[in-house]
Design a protein. Structure first.
Length: 478
């Protein structure tokens, strides 16, 4: 790759980077997004609670509080514009002891200061009428109707596709190795050549401190905080309809229990600081603790129906708040660092604010041709009988089911591969259409999916990867 010049270079293809890129695509700017993996949503954004927080928990006046509430309010309209799964299912924070009622009241007051709307403190009986599976020991709860659930893959990919459709250049398998100040901005050295940009947006997740410290004397330090989760089969998905949190009390801080937008049940996370920023293996003891804590708030969670466990990393900055904005001693270098929970909820608002700051600094004008709409992949199982029949008549591939657990058709997989920023790996397909995310965890559908990938990409079966190169699924015979 020869040297390339941009007005703005965004480092990181997670939900923050993609939200920033999408908002920047509104302006007359030449923008690139640089991602070390083969796809967007390959790091922190792919393994989290998938919660759109109400905004009651963050410290009033903090960036977490501001962007959480703003991002929450944006989510519904964005889901319609960009066609991703989102549901405002509400949340409860459970209180188990009368002695802890002042803490619950304090949480309510904090939410009011943050601008969270519609909250109320309800009795234990009121909670159980709404959520019969909540434990009998619950004496009260904070009810937050603005809380929601979202598909983190869907949100991130939708933002990325819309950004690309509006002119953002995505450079995958491109790892930034060094950043230096240049005459008109910054020079980024990557494994595929040099990139120069007047503005750099640092949205590199757990590695954001590394890039910030290359250009700024005011150092950041980010700790990777690992969280384990258990995902249960859809048979367990109806156990609760709201997201169930626990108020920290004498028994420690609990874990959440929530439905997902796809009908599963999710419990987690744990919180363990790790030195290795690639350490996402699950831990048996942590999962056992997670199950015990989840059971304090919700009765009879059928953990025998766990279909997978996973772990993700959160980027915790020592200051315990988001680090968002232009570095004081590095003009044109904009951080979006320390984006831990409620980062997913805050991402749309961070993206909008960041793009506005950059447009003001550069004097960039908005495009007349910008299109903020995007249509997702057609899902035949969600259509009525007549519409589904017509779709299959027009394209029989939508009538061929590849993944039986999630009812994913060949037509959907082909769309996932051939659309804007299409999937190039098995994980890329999984994140777009949920092939392999069901009960059998890709045990049956992988070979046929690989055949489709091979055919559509024009590559050999031996070249197909689980994700990035080096994760090939097959080896050739000698």
């Amino acid at each position: 790759m020869s040297e390339m010049n941009y007005d703005v270079a965004v480092i990181g293809g997670g939900v923050i980077g993609c939200c920033v890129a999408r908002e920047l695509s509104r302006y007359q700017l030449k923008v690139c997004l640089i991602e070390r993996d083969e796809d967007v949503c390959s790091g922190t954004s792919k393994a989290n609670s998938a919660i759109v927080h109400g905004g009651f928990d963050a410290e009033p006046g903090s960036l977490k509080a501001r962007f959480n509430v703003e991002g929450n309010r944006m989510m519904g309209e964005l889901a319609e514009e960009l066609d991703f799964d989102f549901k405002r299912n509400g949340s409860y924070v459970l209180c188990f002891d009368q002695e802890d009622m002042p803490a619950l009241q304090a949480l309510y007051e904090k939410g009011l200061k943050n601008g969270v709307e519609g909250m109320s403190i309800v009795t234990g009986d009121e909670v159980r009428r709404a959520e019969p599976s909540v434990e009998d020991t619950v004496v009260a709860a904070l009810y937050v109707p603005s809380g929601g659930i979202v598909c983190p893959f869907g949100l991130t990919i939708a933002m990325a596709e819309n950004a690309a459709d509006n002119g953002v250049d995505f450079q995958f398998l491109t790892e930034v190795q060094d950043i230096k100040r240049a005459e008109n901005g910054y020079e980024l050295t990557t494994g595929r050549g040099k990139i120069t940009a007047g503005i750099v947006v640092n949205a590199a997740g757990v590695y954001a401190d590394k890039f910030h410290n290359m250009v700024s004397g005011e150092k950041l330090h980010i700790t990777a905080r690992k969280g384990d989760y258990c995902l249960l089969d859809k048979e367990a998905g109806g156990l609760v309809s709201s997201t169930i949190f626990q108020l920290p009390g004498k028994m420690g801080k609990g874990v959440l229990v929530t439905p997902t937008v796809h009908g599963n049940l999710l419990t987690g996370p744990t919180a363990v600081d790790v030195e290795d920023k690639e350490q996402t293996s699950t831990d048996a003891k942590a999962l056992e603790s997670l199950m015990e804590k989840a059971g304090r708030g919700v009765k009879n969670i059928p953990f025998r129906q766990v279909i997978t466990s996973f772990a993700g990393l959160r980027a915790h900055e020592d200051g315990d708040d988001f680090v968002v904005g232009e570095a004081k001693d590095a003009p044109g270098f904009f951080d979006a660092a320390g984006i831990e929970s409620p980062g997913l909820s805050s991402a749309p608002a961070i993206g909008k604010w960041m793009a506005e700051q950059i447009a003001e600094k550069t004097g960039a004008k908005k495009k007349d041709s910008w299109n903020g709409k995007r249509r997702g992949i057609v899902r035949p199982e969600l259509l009525d009988k007549e519409a589904r029949a017509e779709l299959i008549r027009q394209n029989p591939a939508y009538g061929t089911i590849i993944c039986r657990c999630e009812s994913v058709s060949e037509g959907e997989i082909v769309d996932a591969i051939t659309r804007t920023l299409g999937a190039k790996s098995l994980d890329g397909i999984k994140r777009r259409v949920r092939q392999g995310m069901g009960r059998c965890q890709a045990g049956f559908c992988t070979p046929r999916t690989m055949e489709i990938l091979s055919r559509e990409l024009g590559i050999k079966m031996e070249e197909i990867c689980k994700n990035a190169p080096g994760s090939e699924m097959l080896t050739g015979q000698k």
